[in-house]
Design a binder for this molecule. Structure first.
Ligand code: AVJ
Length: 329
């Protein structure tokens, strides 16, 4: 067996499966404010549409985060230290991770976690050829639910968790705190969390970022209904729903909705779900933070903010959080 074969990628699969998907969709559509979990955006087509969103001028997050990472990469890897076990939540196409993998010295192993199995397998194969010496341990899971982390062959000096792209903004505040607490437990006393946090800014920029002129975000949003029709045998008529995203200043979040353009009913299994004209399904929240707000949320979850890097306009931040018990690095 040659070395290529021995590096066959073993996927640690905790994907919750269709029944869990059906149950979450049914309970969301029966709430007074109908809602659908945004994690289900990322089927094969959804992941491709998200990549297209990341290339849009209006959607400033990826390029701003990448520019901060490129500017401060030496400082960042200095702070993370050697022989790190890097665990990434929501690795997606790993485009953001390459710069870390290039600079982090003698990485013990890399654990990409994502709910999109196809993309995870394809990305992991690419990583195996880009970084032949690196042990890559992919985990297909809904990281908001329970799953087991794989154990790398090599020992590591510390665990660094990586959560870029301000996906933390998709959690409601209490769930965000609970999720950060779970990550703090994974990091342990000597570890840390490198996280991307989108900051509050002028509303026009935010509005345009989620209502791009090419309609890619609208397609990304509507694709969720197409997926539910295909995988759960539902009968949403997509032409009778419209993408609607706005900034909610009271909550400090972007809200994405699908608005029903007429009175209609949708059927899932034997359940009939009525919609009145103008009624919406909330499909995503994207909270935007001030540095103080995020520091307070991190502290409530047992983290201390060790360092913050931002772009000149303070539109976005990359933050390194360490266990609050730990005295400074
Ligand atoms: C990557 C999940 C953070 O909330 O901005 C992009 C997803 N939604 N355009 C975000 C998204 C609409 C994005 N996250």
């Amino acid at each position: 067996m040659n070395s290529k074969e021995s590096r066959e990628i073993q996927l640690h699969d905790f994907n919750p499966g269709r029944d869990y998907f059906r149950a979450e969709v049914l309970s969301g559509l029966q709430k007074p404010q109908k809602e659908l979990p945004c994690k289900y955006f990322y089927d094969k087509r959804g992941s491709l549409l998200y990549e297209r969103i990341c290339a849009l001028d209006e959607y400033y997050i990826p390029r701003t985060e990448a520019s901060i990472m490129k500017t401060y990469i030496e400082e960042i890897v200095e702070l993370l230290g050697p022989r790190v076990l890097l665990i990434e939540y929501g690795s997606g196409n790993c485009a953001k991770t390459h710069i870390l993998l290039d600079y982090l010295h003698d990485l013990a192993a890399y654990v990409p976690i994502d709910i999109s199995r196809e993309q995870l397998l394809c990305v992991t194969k690419q990583l195996a050829s880009d970084y032949p010496e690196l042990e890559v341990l992919p985990v297909c899971a809904d990281y908001t639910s329970d799953f087991e982390l794989p154990v790398p062959k090599q020992p590591s000096d510390r665990i660094v968790t990586y959560f870029p792209a301000s996906t933390i903004g998709n959690f409601e505040p209490m769930s965000a705190k609970r999720f950060l607490e779970r990550i703090a437990a994974v990091c342990g006393p000597g570890g840390g969390l490198l996280i991307g946090v989108d900051l509050k800014k002028n509303v026009t920029t935010l509005h345009c970022a989620y209502n791009d002129s090419l309609g890619v975000t609208a397609a990304f949003n509507l694709n969720l209904l197409e997926r539910i029709n295909r995988e759960l045998d539902c009968d949403f008529q997509l032409e009778w729903f419209e993408h609607y995203a706005f900034y909610n200043p009271w909550e400090g979040r972007i809200e994405m909705h699908l608005v029903s353009l007429k009175d209609q009913t949708v059927h899932l299994d034997k359940v009939t779900i009525p919609f009145v004209q103008g009624e919406s399904i909330r499909t995503e929240s994207s909270y935007k933070f001030s540095l103080d707000e995020f520091e307070q949320m991190a502290a409530a979850a047992g983290f201390r903010v060790e360092h913050v890097w931002t772009d000149e306009q303070q539109w976005f931040s990359i933050q390194y959080l360490v266990n609050a018990q730990r005295t400074s690095a």
